[in-house]
Design a protein around this ligand. Sequence first.
Ligand code: BGC
Length: 744
Amino acid sequence: MKVTDLPVGRKQMQTICLTALSLACMSSAIAQQSASLTPDQRADQLVKRMSLDDKHHMVQSYNTMIEKQPPGGIGTAGYVPALPSLGIPALQENDAGIGVQNYPTTKDQNGQPRHVRGEAGNATPLPSTLGIAATWNPKIAFAGGSMIAGEAHSQGINMLLAGGINLTREPRDGRTFEYLGEDPLLASRIDAGEISGIQSRHVLSTIKHYALNDQETNRLTVSSNIDERAMRESDLLAFELAIESGHPASVMCGYNKVNNVWDCSNGHLLNDVLKGDWKYPGWVMTDWGGDHSVNDALAGVDQVSGIDVVSGDSLGNSTETFGKSLLDALAKGTVTVSRLDDMVHRILREMYAGGLFDDPPVVKPLNAAADALVSQRAEEQAIVLLKNDQSLLPLNHSVKSIAIIGGHADVGVLSGGGSAQVWPIGGPAIPASQPPGLATWQWMVYDPTSPMKSLQKLLPGVTVRYDDGSDPARAAALAKSSDVAIVFATQWTCEGIDVPNLSLPSGQDALIDAVSAANTHAVVVLENGGPVKMPWLSKVNAVVETWFPGAGGGEAIAEVLTGKVNPSGRLPVTFPQDEQQLPRPQLTNAQDVDYNIEGAAVGYKWYDEKNLQPLFPFGFGLSYSKFGYSDLHVSSQGDRVTVSFKVTNTGQRAGMDTPQVYVGMPAGSGEAPRRLIGFEKVSLQPGQSTTVTVTVDPRLLATFDVPGHQWQVAAGSYPIQVGHSSRDFVLNGQANVAAAHIAP
Ligand code: BGC
């Protein structure tokens, strides 16, 4: 096939179908007539009709980030052109950490961002993925996934590169905001919610970056070194559980190495674990440039992503991994045709299962207001109230004047940078900027949703004044002449670069010191990519963690500050006192990162194991109400444990709570003392109670037995604790568990 033959885009195809009974339409009818068959049967039928060229066509996607690409690609990342003669639609792949990504990829002559193609500012950003994890609410994740997929579908995009689930082993990781925190159960339930939400709109989703792609420093070369047992019980468990319930169409293998083998060349991770043990039926795509040789096909890669077009070469760049090299390998038999068939089958079965043949995207206008509301609802549940001395919040009627300081809170809220960047509808609140030395895809963007304006709307009659915080003395003077001073503190993080430490940048600690010295009613609102240090914590009354708040962020923050919304977020990551508490006090700049230091004891498990007191523990978050737990019942049948208990809103306000269930691991098991085994978010009126019942996945009680190649539950009596966080328990019980072996 020639490059010039490539794109008969979906839109053109619809037009053709409307006007004439073309060959394309007949083939499309053939591809669809088998709708009563399973996706696997439909894929089998189609593969049988495909030529070697057709099959080869399916296993590479073009890089749509560059200007030189076959026409017809509309997603911002990858494009597999349609095969009209077989009725196979194009795959239009777009990044989607928090929404339909659409960052500019180049600059104009004035150094300002310029979109190379497509419309700028046509998508709604959700709160950061870490914020979605802080909701502890898979339904919020589903609604968010469904919203962003709706926006994708209405732009002609049928695949979102979403589902980031790398555990927070390194809180300085620039992509911490794109992931779901440190616990495999929480991360997997939220990820599965998001992926299911996306795929409910007939848009495929990835899960990424498989595996242990846990820092950006040396991201293309670094090796994450870790024992099999530890990775099975931590990072791989997160993927396993999320894949099992979210059914992502594709798994994206990462840039890094694991135990010195590239993720995308890693037969153990891909063939043995993912496709073997977990029986994953979908396809493995590489990260963009994550491929290494044609042997990746033998290791389990089904599609190489983001190849460049070389003009006149019908196969893309012939030096590409799955380009001419794959054809040569097929000719030599080093890669068999049946392997190629399997690669194509996996892609097509997901395209069928995901509705891509039966419900192609239809370009239509967005409902921006409704979508922003989905994002706002998510942020309302993502915000974590970390401190509230003397119940300063919610702001009460005695407050007549408020100083708003810093963070561009007069116009917007911060977002994270890189391939998850969503250029908001209406454009950024202030011109996008770039710290020196960064690439054209790394922008600092403020979403145009102003906490200050929303506060003014909710507090008519209150004097609200703004200072940009650039001069601490001036900001302190404003704080002094106000009843309450609210500092908006920001930490920008971005794909491709880690933060050097956990301090707020640009002198913001000094700003908070100055403001809190001038006004004893000081509130800090954090907009940040991940955990930060708070040397000023004892000097301020209240701290509100808002993550990167997304399209309705300004409104949600104001609602929480004024009490219109009762905060209900809980931390999905531990906030350390300082870097000394981390398994690696220094960010590793070497080519090997030793994750055996903490092994499976990621996050709170490390703090428990080492008996460290963090700044804020995993699972922590305050409310304007109070919740009590009672009536614990623990029952077990074999290795199946069920925990039920009563939750009562004992406070004066309606609110949401997330009771958490932890299990104590047997001493001498080599495991960290405690694991999260269940949680549920409940909504209760004052005085109202509900019963929560949690059924525990036995793998959460198990250790991974490497020689026996199985999960192993040791018989015994396991302590069960129900509490408000990983460090605050109210109910204690025991589960008597029988020994069990579970397939890996
Ligand atoms: C990122 C992926 C992303 C891909 C396509 C890579 O650099 O690591 O997360 O999906 O680019 O944009």
